[in-house]
Structure formats: structure tokens, C-alpha cells
Design a protein around this ligand. Sequence first.
Ligand code: UT7
Length: 323
Amino acid sequence: MIRSVVRGSGAALPRRIMKNADFEGMVETSDEWIVQRTGIRQRHVAADDETTASLGEAAARAALHSAGLTPADIDLIVLATSTPNNTFPATAVEIQNRLGMHHGFAFDMQAVCSGFVYAVATADLYIRGGLAKRVLVIGSETFSRILDWNDRSTCVLFGDGAGALVLEAGEGTGTIADRGVLAASLRSDGVHKEKLFVDGGPSTTGTVGHLRMEGREVFKHAVGMITDVIEATFSQAGITADDLDWFVPHQANKRIIDASAKKLGIAEQKVVVTVDLHGNTSAASVPLALSVAVADGRIKKGDLVLLEAMGGGFTWGAVLVRW
Ligand code: UT7
């Protein structure tokens, strides 16, 4: 059977780093509160010349380089983002053009923080369905542009960045010993819209709007939703937490990550945590975390890796990949 195998990965971050202490003169907060409640120590913030398209392009080029490929080898780009450069065209098409790619096709996926997990699951279906052989899956965000910088309950939490994978059609035997995407579970439920949303849009206010979140409410649901969708993914693949080599969760809050891993029985040393470095970068958080763990040699060929995310909508999901 056809499997969607990871051939390369890459990432890109804005030049400017903003430390927790940099907020202390802007809103009533402290480094101590932010670290204790979230685990975040710093985040990258895009300058005017750094956009979702430019960061996505840089991450895509890094992933292509690590795969030993060029844009000519790619037939599809799936970009997960909630902060597109423009309402339309899709920022994926802009990245396609920036890469000098005038063949194949490209589109955006909007599932907020779960976007990258949705995009990997979608790219896998395009590959297994025979519509594409090599796919660039990108998560790129510039949440700094939609933050209310006067709202301490949200502005300290988010950051900008991008990460990408190259997925390639490969042969598998149909067992979980195969390399590639092995299982996926996706969920959404719009009843939770008001807990995490942006208060503007083309069809309502005609403006971009700002992010609004009832953090405590999101927190309350997060661990249960994450563990449910992961248990569904485990049972699809016929594995348990002990079989995993690495758990790469959405990086929103260290307390959510710790509680989810504990509930699932995933050992602490298998959990990749980068929320301290990047903050919550929405759809970029999982591929950014992957890029760190690949670069430092933790994630290696043949490792069983679980990706997970939960965010606005609510949306949530998990993907199991043998690297
Ligand atoms: O990526 C999508 C998914 N998003 C998430 O997973 C986020 C989920 N939520 C969270 O991570 C946490 O709920 C937060 C980090 C947002 C907040 O942590 P919390 O422990 O739930 O705090 P809280 O909202 O219950 O607020 C506690 C106190 C409040 O003061 P009072 O009402 O107790 O007097 C807040 O006003 O902390 C206050 N507060 C702050 N204090 C200092 C809120 N933000 C700040 C701040 N600095 N930046």
C-alpha cells in the first residue's frame, strides 16, 4: 500500500525575540506569572517585512533542502494558517509563486491551532488517493497581527513562526512497522466558538479583528479532548502509549501538555516541549517543535511519533507517524 513518508523538515522564525519581561511595561503582568501559568519564556514576533507567506516560504525551502529536493519535485502545497497574507488568494498559492513553482496546486487549510494536524491528515489522503506524489505541508502564522496588545490575558501567549514537512509517496506493507503516516483522528465542534475566536472577518465586520479567548474555559476542555482523540488514534493503530518514541503536542501551555501526557501514560522524557521558546504559534507549533527535535537528534528515522493539537472552533486531532 501507499504510505506518506516524511522526507524532510524545516522551520523559520522571525528575527525579533520578545522576552516575558518585555511585556512588563506594556500590560500588568510579570515574567513569573507567565512562566508559572504557561511555561512560556519568550516568543518570536514578525517585523513588517516578515509575513505568513515569507515565513512559510523560508520553512518550505528549509524542508526542501533537508529532503534534497527542489520545488520542481513538489506537486501540492497545503498551508495551515489562520493568519493569511490576504483574505484571498490562498497564501499557499503565494508561497507556490515565491518558490518559482508554476505547476501543481496549492491551498490553505483553516483549523486554527489544529491546522497542521489537519493538513498532514489531508496531504496523506491526497498521496494515498494518487492525486499527489510529493506534498509540502506547511504551518505558518503571524498571530502577533491579530492580538489585542492591551489584553494581558491573550497577548503574552502567542508568537509567530513557520514549520514544514515534505511528505512523499512510498511503499508500505500495511502494518505499523511501515514508515509514514499510520493513523489520524480529526474532530471539531462549533458549539465552543465563543471560547476562542477572532472578532472580525470579511463577511461580518469587514475587518480583520482581534483574538478573543476565555482561557480558563479552553483549558477546562483541552485535556479531555486531547486525550480522547489520541486514544482513538492509538486504537486505530493498535498501539499503546508505551509503543511511542516521541509525543509532539500542540504548544499552548506546559500545564496542558503535562496533564495530557500524564493522563495518557506517556513518559515525560518522550514529550517534546518548545512552548518556552516559541509561545503558542497556532498551526506552526507542531512543525516548529518537530524541527527542534529533529535538529537536536531526538527524532530519528524509524521512530514512532504522535502529533496532537487542539484550538479554536473547537478543532482537535492527532496523527501517528513513523518517521
Ligand atoms: O491554542 C489554542 C488553545 N489555547 C489554549 O490551550 C489556552 C488554554 N488556556 C490557558 O492556557 C490558561 O487558561 C491561561 C494561560 C490562558 C490562563 O491561565 P489560568 O491559570 O487559567 O488563569 P486564569 O485565566 O484563571 O486567570 C487567573 C488570574 C486572573 O486574575 P483574577 O481574576 O484571579 O484576579 C487573571 O486576570 O490571572 C490573571 N491574568 C494575568 N495576570 C498576570 C490573566 N492574564 C494575566 C497575565 N499576567 N498575563
